[in-house]
Design a protein around this ligand. Sequence first.
Ligand code: GRF
Length: 203
Amino acid sequence: MFTIGVLASGRGSNLKAIIDYIRARNLPIRIGIVLSDNPSSAALDIARKEGIENFFLDPGRYRTFMEPHAEKSFIETLRQKEIDLVCLAGFMRILKKEFISSFEGRIINIHPSLLPAFPGLESWKQALEYGVRFTGCTTHFVEHEIDSGPIIMQSVVPVMKDDTPETLHNRIQEKEHLIFPLTIRLISEGRISVSGKKVYIHS
Ligand code: GRF
């Protein structure tokens, strides 16, 4: 069984989409653990309801990073659960070197823009302010530089003239809920290879 760990800080809609996708297709993928840096993340409630083991792990006193001992407890927990793939589903902290090298090539993220455009926070707002006609979402491997790893899948979303940040984010999320589970599935089936910055999807 291919085992994934999901890290989430917020609403957990991507976690829910992953659960539903796996269940609907009866895929041999197991969510071994859900971890959050936020005790009131809805992702923890979703996991609880689904009977998935879940923990809040205290990130420490910084806002954008985890303190070293906190990062160690994330790493240790994921190791104990023998996680094959770490999925960042709206995890709002930057991972440091030790974390990334502990799961080299086995961490993926969903980002709400067509990278490399609009990295960082609230990318849907950045897209609206910039005035682009299209934006979207990206799944990618996580490397040391933020939002920079090899791109796995992307989905394009039009920007409408009366969009608010919220309506645009919602439209982007509908696509996130398709490409994130699909990316996990392709990796679990061994259908993804990486060469430098390029990702190849095999049939
Ligand atoms: C998503 O927009 C994702 O792209 C970004 O954080 C948000 C998480 O949403 N990284 P949710 O908590 O899965 O609903």
